[in-house]
Design a protein around this ligand. Sequence first.
Ligand code: FE2
Ligand code: FE2
Length: 235
Amino acid sequence: MTVSTDCQLNPDTRPDTDSEAYRQAYSRINGVVVVGETLAHHHFRRLARAIPADGAELLRLGQMEGNHAREFSECARNLGVRPDIRLAKQLFSPLHQLFRQSDERGDIPACLVIQCLIVECFAVAAYRSYLPVADAFARPITAAVIEDESEHLDYGEVWLKQRFEAVKDSVSAICLQALPTTLAILRALVDDMRVVGMDPYDLVASFGEGFQQSLETIGYGSSEAARLLRRAMAA
Ligand SMILES: [Fe+2]
Ligand SMILES: [Fe+2]
């Protein structure tokens, strides 16, 4: 996937990154980004232990997430904003707990759905939505990260597709549990996203589209994928 970084907004519609409202909204959004990337780093390290045959590859993907966390921290530092890490940890806690519980019971498909499908689809949709309104420092970083997240999504899709019939029940079950907790994170940031110039409804629609596409890629029929997504998003 190629992502254009040539996203110039009309100066009249570009958010004022110096305003107090922008700085506060950015602090909460950037906190969620940095915590999400840090958790992704931990999740891939756990996946490397759970799937030793792909251990080196999963550690490499985890390292990329650690780099993303550092780069997005620099974006906040560049604006002189401190990310709200405490709020972000609270928001991510239910999803992270689900990952830990899945890992502890040896449910590798559930772990892969949470990290490689849900978190990565969420990241791709969110970063694509942010890219056109990103400041000049954050824009090239965001564009490069989108490419990396697509690679992480691919890993999960390939693994799950190769074992689809055996893992399908586990995939469906964890979607119903994990998607509502992911949407709750988005809901908590709706007002902040508007302040930084993002459209939260576009983001949810693009997340839903990307996630349904992933379900179809791993083996669900399109109406079956749509039904599962509808049930999970309404839960
Ligand atoms: Fe990442
Ligand atoms: Fe990722």
